[in-house]
Design a protein around this ligand. Structure first.
Ligand code: BTN
Length: 244
């Protein structure tokens, strides 16, 4: 069942009981007409995450995709950092208890070192020109997947009031609007703000590397958007790294 609500005069929001994935739905032709459009589902049967992982999508959580046309006109590949900041700010609002919230590279949101939200960014391109940007966001609100390797949690555990999907969606869109300005105009500031919300510089991090698990010292994000890691006294830059 599909229901059409308007977030404000210009942003239509389509709500579904069940979809394979909000990412697939929002790419359909009928949404081409909108400058900005949002799709949410109560559950997904084929939710997907980064690195071809599944995103377990049982009822009770938020599954959302946003499709943006012209709003982003520069720095598309830094959107991953922008949306990380957005979700950090949103989640932090809901966490009533004094528990640490951080962004884990590139854009997972962790509460108490457990993942509560994941983000997937995809582009619709015409040749090398990016036409539309699609941001997929999953937030564990009332439950978290049990059978996954990495520790996860859900937002309700840290929050004293009911969390409404529609309210949460509206706040996300508002925060996206605030940060798009920074994405388009000040890449340096964006990275600085991202780093403030992530682990401390010089922390030890562990990751998969050449089929092994290795550790290194986190040295921040370079201006090209890569993560900088010191390994055996040598600086390495990665665009694609699976942190443990
Ligand atoms: C990750 O951390 O691996 C990213 C997870 C992204 C999940 C969201 S849920 C809404 C949207 N639809 C999907 O199929 N995936 C994204």
């Amino acid at each position: 069942m599909k229901k059409n609500v308007f977030i404000n005069k210009s942003i239509p929001l389509f709500c579904f009981d069940s979809l394979d994935s909000t990412m697939n739905e929002i790419k359909k032709k009928q949404y081409n007409v909108y400058e900005e459009v949002v799709v949410i589902a109560n559950k997904q049967t084929q939710g997907r995450g980064r690195r071809n992982n599944n995103w377990v999508s049982d009822e009770g959580n938020l599954y959302l995709s946003i499709r943006l046309k012209k709003k982003i006109y520069k720095n598309h590949h830094f959107i991953t950092y922008m949306i990380g900041i957005v979700m950090y700010e949103i989640i932090k609002e809901y966490v009533s208890k004094p528990i640490k919230t951080i962004i884990k590279w590139p854009n997972d949101i962790l509460i108490d070192n457990k993942k509560v939200s994941g983000i997937l960014v995809e582009f619709l391109s015409y040749g090398s020109i990016i036409k539309d940007t699609i941001i997929g966001i999953g937030v564990n609100i009332n439950n978290n997947p049990k059978k996954i390797k990495k520790p996860s949690t859900y937002l309700k555990k840290y929050c004293n009031y009911t969390i409404e999907n529609l309210e949460l969606t509206k706040s996300i869109l508002q925060e996206v609007d605030n940060w798009i300005e920074v994405l388009n105009n000040n890449k340096r500031l964006l990275l600085k703000e991202w780093m403030k919300r992530s682990v401390k510089l010089n922390s030890k991090i562990k990751f998969h590397y050449n089929d092994r698990i290795v550790s290194g010292i986190y040295k921040g994000i370079s201006k090209d958007g890569s993560i900088e890691v010191l390994m055996e006294n040598k600086k390495n830059n990665f665009f694609n790294l699976e942190l443990i």
